[in-house]
Design a protein around this ligand. Structure first.
Ligand SMILES: Nc1nc2c(c(=O)[nH]1)N[C@H]1C(S)=C(S)[C@@H](COP(=O)(O)O)O[C@H]1N2
Ligand SMILES: [Mo]
Length: 195
């Protein structure tokens, strides 16, 4: 298993980012109800790619899989250490769909209508996974099962639960919380919470 709990060192901060408190249990934070997403639902990837993708969620492991130990930081002030996520690295998926030269940004889409955006370079970092397992179990529905994104170097609102699609963009767009005043960069070690 790859241990990414030391990534704070590359951001010049401690393991617990400023203004955060560590929690033992894993809180659930969603803008609304938990949608029920069948495992046969498809993940779609479109936009500035050479090959669009539409593939059943249950079949993504065929493209690659990795288990990583990561910390999870919510912008509302709690952090959960040592989450073990298994999933497909975003970078592996990106190789598969062949990004176009002009691709610069990503907008993630979810089954509850949520969206969130990141620069492509942030998505290609090794901690960004499309995860289907948490702590050795199938990812629970409340935590985004069957498939969610995790972004250990960003506040967790950058990780869309119930992932339905990935749109590769040539210009920045704003996601659900980013349109409502949350930081577009969301670096926990700089406390980039709101803007
Ligand atoms: N689709 C979707 N993804 C989402 C959210 C949401 O409301 N809908 N909330 C975000 C926020 S603010 C956080 S902190 C994390 C919470 O993940 P958790 O419920 O597994 O703790 O999911 C993020 N991803
Ligand atoms: Mo959050």
């Amino acid at each position: 298993m790859r241990d990414l709990t030391d990534i704070h060192e590359s951001f010049g901060g401690g393991r617990l980012p400023p203004g955060q408190r560590e929690v033992d249990r894993f809180p659930v934070l969603s803008k609304g109800e938990t949608p029920s997403v069948p495992a046969e639902a498809t993940l779609e990837v479109w936009g500035a790619v050479g090959t669009e993708l539409a593939r059943p969620l249950s079949d993504l492991g065929a493209l690659g899989a990795e288990t990583q130990r990561q910390d999870f930081h919510c912008v509302t002030g709690w952090s959960r250490f040592d989450c073990e996520f298994r999933g497909l690295p975003f970078s592996t998926l990106a190789d598969h769909v062949v990004l176009e030269d002009g691709a610069t940004h990503v907008l993630f889409h979810a089954h509850d209508g949520y969206t969130t955006d990141l620069p492509l370079s942030d998505c290609l970092r090794e901690g960004v996974l499309l995860a289907w397992e948490l702590d050795g179990e199938p990812l629970p529905g409340d935590h985004g099962g069957p498939l969610r994104v995790v972004t250990p170097h960003k506040y967790a609102y950058k990780g869309a639960k119930w992932l339905s699609g990935i749109e590769i963009l040539t210009d920045a767009e704003r996601g659900y919380w980013e349109k409502r005043g949350y930081s577009k960069s969301a670096n926990p070690w700089n406390e980039e919470r709101y803007q």
